[in-house]
Write a protein that binds this ligand. Structure first.
Ligand code: ARG
Length: 570
């Protein structure tokens, strides 16, 4: 048994043995470990067409599979189970083999090329918690896809163009002083104040909106003063974002931003015109309408000829498909409030024949809400990432001190060490609190919840790895692959062997939370294993050490995929 055993291989083998089409057979790990390792619902799905009861068919299948020499080399038991599943339990040799391969990823047999676009904050506004979710979830998805062999470009689609710059230029002209802003310690804060002021004043003075539109139009035409202010905003914002990304350990391959596509817009307008789908809408704007009014019309050009968010997205996608290849998947990790917009955008791209079904993917997440309602930059009711990070670090520091038996916090070599631990613990808390949940639900912002350090939390996960390392550090003995039956057949091992499949499924379903759920289950199982077994000095110490090491490696590898780094001590 040298070749890697994958679920897909077993599935093909089972289909062959049953003499049926492989794509009719689904094989997956049992939800409940007590039910076995693998299960197929083939009988339940096919019984009707054959005119048998699911249970009869399942029983027949089990007999056939047991009698097949090749299939039965893998399994200890193959059983029909009510109401019509066939469940499989791996034999000891297979478990041992899967265990030794547990850190080797199962690659996607049909790997794709993808652009994962995430984070995408807006220039001239502080990085708020609003863009944090996209940053955390998007980075994890990109890591997962790379792990299964996809070729991925991580793009930060910065919001560096649009009417908001018109507003800012007006506000600076009316109430600000660009030189003062330049000299300030915190220019983004001043820019935000101006932005908020603009919206407050605009309520009583609608001419401000017209002025802003005109100024954006100037900017698009390349008017020098407008461009200067714009470049300055981009520069200070990018500097601030870069420091957050480095603290969060998030990297991008490209950071084009909306403005990058400005000179690529005429070509797209040409294409839209050729296809005859650009219409003049009410009030002179140019729009695209959808068949049967499936969606509301999408505006492409304002009546003064200015471009919109959608115009720039179309130009971006055309350029991406030209540059990376026509089959490239384009994934946008953006909040759920833009769902309708992305449906409209994808529909236009489909009508234009640019993309096939499933080639454009919107991964939507819900938002942090304040107990009193939605956060809004315009109203100045936002929580800034900076505050979250500092607050998390303060909490992490006290946690680190509390856990002195593991931490040499006060006796750390230097401040650098303390800062690193504190930072890693804080970041783990923030990222885990996001990744452990289904992204689509909104989260009511609560400091204790997001910075949770106990239970199903980032620090608990780090602690699991650190504990594994510290056990290994207590002995000179080397780990040795287990042969002991009760160990190999334990629930802990049966859970460990699922790791490659979990990665594959989390990646293909763009669901880091699936991986997080698994890692938490594994950590919990490991911690109770540790409580029940004496390891150091036991008869099978080396085998137990091997399990301890393997769990630590899996959890650390999984956390890395989720963008969480493990400190060497805690
Ligand atoms: N900057 C935008 C925002 O904050 C998100 C950009 C999403 N990506 C895109 N291709 N439209 O709302």
């Amino acid at each position: 048994m040298n070749e890697k055993i994958t679920l897909n291989k077993l599935r093909l083998l089972i289909a062959k043995s049953l003499g049926v089409q492989a794509d009719q057979v689904f094989l997956e790990y049992c939800q409940n470990l007590e039910h076995g390792d693998l299960t197929t619902n083939y009988a339940m799905r096919q019984a009707k067409s054959i005119g048998a009861s699911p249970m009869e068919l399942a029983a027949e299948m089990a007999i056939k599979l047991q009698a097949d020499g090749e299939v039965s080399t893998y399994f200890e038991t193959i059983e029909p189970v009510k109401p019509g599943f066939v469940n499989f339990r791996f034999n000891k040799n297979v478990l041992a083999k899967l265990l030794s391969d547990s850190l080797e990823p199962t690659l996607d047999p049909t790997p794709k090329k993808a652009i994962v676009e995430f984070s995408s904050p807006n220039i001239a506004k502080p990085f708020s918690i609003g863009h944090l979710r996209s940053t955390i979830i998007g980075a994890a998805i990109a890591n997962l896809l790379m792990k299964i062999g996809w070729s991925v470009t991580r793009d930060n689609h910065l919001g560096d163009w649009g009417t908001q710059f018109g507003k800012l230029i007006v506000a600076i002209g009316k109430w600000g002083n660009i030189d003062e802003i330049r000299r300030s310690q915190n220019p983004i804060k001043l820019l935000l104040d101006l932005y908020v002021k603009f919206h407050a004043e605009e309520e009583g003075d609608p001419t401000l909106s017209d002025m802003a539109r005109a100024r954006f139009s100037d900017l698009e035409r390349g008017e020098q003063k407008a461009r200067e202010i714009w470049s300055f905003c981009v520069e200070v914002s990018k500097r601030e974002f870069a420091s957050h990304y480095s603290e969060l350990g998030v990297e991008f391959d490209t950071e084009y931003g909306e403005q990058f596509y400005e000179d690529k817009i005429p070509k797209v307008l040409e294409i839209l015109k050729e296809k005859g789908i650009l219409k003049i809408g009410e009030e002179g704007a140019q729009i695209v309408e959808f068949e049967n009014e499936k969606y509301p019309p999408l505006m492409i050009l304002k009546k003064d000829g200015s471009t919109l968010y959608a115009t720039r997205d179309l130009a971006a996608d055309r350029w991406r498909l030209d540059n990376y290849g026509p089959d490239t998947l384009i994934i946008n990790e953006v909040g759920v409030e833009q769902s309708l917009y992305f449906k409209q955008l994808y529909e236009v791209e489909k009508v234009l024949g640019w993309v096939k079904d499933g080639q454009r993917i919107h991964i939507a997440h819900g938002h942090y809400r304040l107990p009193e309602g939605k956060m809004s930059t315009r109203k100045g009711t936002v929580i800034f990432l900076d505050d979250v990070l500092r607050e998390a670090e303060a909490k992490a520091a006290s946690l680190a001190k509390e856990a002195v038996q593991l931490t040499d916090y006060d006796g750390a070599r230097d401040d650098g060490d303390r800062i690193t631990w504190r930072n890693q613990i804080a970041i783990s808390a923030i990222k885990w609190s996001d990744l452990k949940r289904d992204p689509i639900t909104d989260i009511v912002f609560d400091w204790d919840e997001i910075l949770s350090m106990k239970g199903n939390s980032g620090p608990y996960m780090l602690y699991t790895v650190v504990r594994s390392r510290s056990i290994l550090g207590k002995t000179d003995k080397n780990p040795e692959a287990p042969t002991d039956e009760s160990l190999i057949e334990s629930n802990l091992v049966r859970l460990m062997i699922r790791y490659p499949d979990i990665i594959l499924r989390s990646a293909l379903s763009y669901s880091p939370s699936l991986l997080a759920g698994y890692l938490f289950q594994l950590a919990t199982e490991f911690n109770s294993f540790y409580d029940q077994n004496r390891i150091i000095g036991s008869d099978n110490e080396r085998e137990l050490l091997s399990i301890v090491k393997n769990v630590g490696d899996i959890v650390e590898d999984g956390l890395n995929l989720l963008g969480i780094k493990v400190p060497d001590k805690m």
